[in-house]
Design a protein around this ligand. Structure first.
Ligand SMILES: C[S@@+](CC[C@H](N)C(=O)[O-])C[C@H]1O[C@@H](n2cnc3c(N)ncnc32)[C@H](O)[C@@H]1O
Length: 323
């Protein structure tokens, strides 16, 4: 067969196949026509010698700043491609997650100021894409001077997967969570649980074993939450399975306690919200339902930010679950 590109899966007639060229052309056109944009793009990292790069003044990014026509040079294509490689973000838009439209198609874009935010697997902020806008909101309380981080990759995935994904960014993450998990995942018991999960071991049993090992290894607080986040796929599947809950339900921690601890370390996430609201629906309304709904709305604010009004948030939560 001739060398060619094959569809990796069945695609519908209007499926988006590629958008890179157009994107690169657009950015390069903007950079050519507008010296302020060129100036700001020129400050972005190409992923090398970042310690030596100048920290730009935040005022440069304000709309009223007109830039300095004399100070910036044209950016050659090689540098521009390197900048786009290091700083472009794919958008996991609300419409993709909530309305289930465009589930498979991700847009890619360059947002200048957010390009300075580094990655962490236990981030303190979260990004939300609405149309062309990228909204970054705090997902935890922060102290003045604290570094703002968001997750470039899925924080609800295990260390090995996160390592693999971060390599595409040229990053070796050394956040607190990765440092801790580096040690823990080397332990035989945890390795066995990971292998068991990969080999299709009963997910309830995986959760039970993990919780027991954490007790034995005296893993508590945030560290316990790191591991729960890493094994989230097993927790999630166990809570969703009637069979698993019948067998393991009494021996594993309640779903809302696990969600609370995971939110505490990775911040809000639509999958955590989804399982919480599913549980609420399963148990019907009633007194505890109201408390549960308040909790879900609080989590929804962590996921979608405070910009969304309460009534709209309720609708968003409904959409998030579907029927
Ligand atoms: C979008 S830029 C972030 C801002 C960048 N640090 C700068 O100085 O402009 C992405 C690049 O930052 C660096 N980076 C981001 N998060 C990192 C992390 N957790 N550890 C190490 N390097 C990181 C990597 O070089 C990555 O390619």
């Amino acid at each position: 067969m001739e060398r060619s590109i094959l569809a990796g899966k069945d695609l519908s007639e209007d499926a988006q196949l590629a958008m890179w060229k157009n994107f690169i052309q657009k950015v390069s056109e903007f950079a050519r026509k507008c010296y302020k944009t060129r100036d700001l793009i020129g400050m972005l990292s190409i992923g090398e010698d970042e310690e030596e790069l100048e920290i730009p003044d935040i005022d440069l990014f304000r709309p009223e700043n007109v830039g300095n026509m004399d100070s910036c040079e044209m950016i050659d294509m090689e540098k521009l491609l390197a900048i786009l490689d290091v700083n472009s973000l794919t958008e996991d838009a609300v419409s993709a997650n909530v309305l289930r439209k465009n589930n498979d198609s991700y847009g890619v874009g360059l947002w200048l100021l957010p390009s300075f935010i580094n990655h962490s697997c236990c981030p303190n902020s979260r990004r939300l894409h609405v149309g062309d806008y990228l909204i970054v909101h705090a997902s935890k309380d922060m102290k003045a001077g604290e570094e703002i981080t968001f997750a470039y990759l899925d924080p609800l995935s295990p260390l090995s997967k996160r390592r693999e994904m971060s390599m595409t960014w040229g990053i070796q993450c050394k956040c607190k969570r990765c440092r801790f998990e580096n040690e823990v995942f080397a332990k035989q018991e945890i390795k066995e649980i990971e292998i068991g999960l990969e080999r299709g071991m009963d997910v309830g049993g995986v959760v039970y074993k993990l919780e027991e090992h954490m007790k034995r290894l005296k893993v508590r607080g945030k560290e316990k939450a790191y591991l729960r986040a890493s094994f989230w796929s097993a927790y999630c599947e166990a809570y969703r399975s009637d069979r698993s809950m019948k067998r393991w339900g009494r021996r594993i921690p309640a779903m809302d306690a696990v969600v609370d601890s995971v939110v505490d370390v990775v911040g809000g996430d639509h999958r955590l919200l989804k399982i919480m609201v599913e549980e609420l629906k399963k148990n019907g309304g009633g007194g505890s339902g109201l408390v549960g709904m308040e909790k879900a709305l609080k989590l929804a604010r962590d996921v979608y930010g405070k910009v969304v009004k309460k009534q709209a948030m309720k609708t968003l939560v409904e959409f998030c679950i579907g029927d």
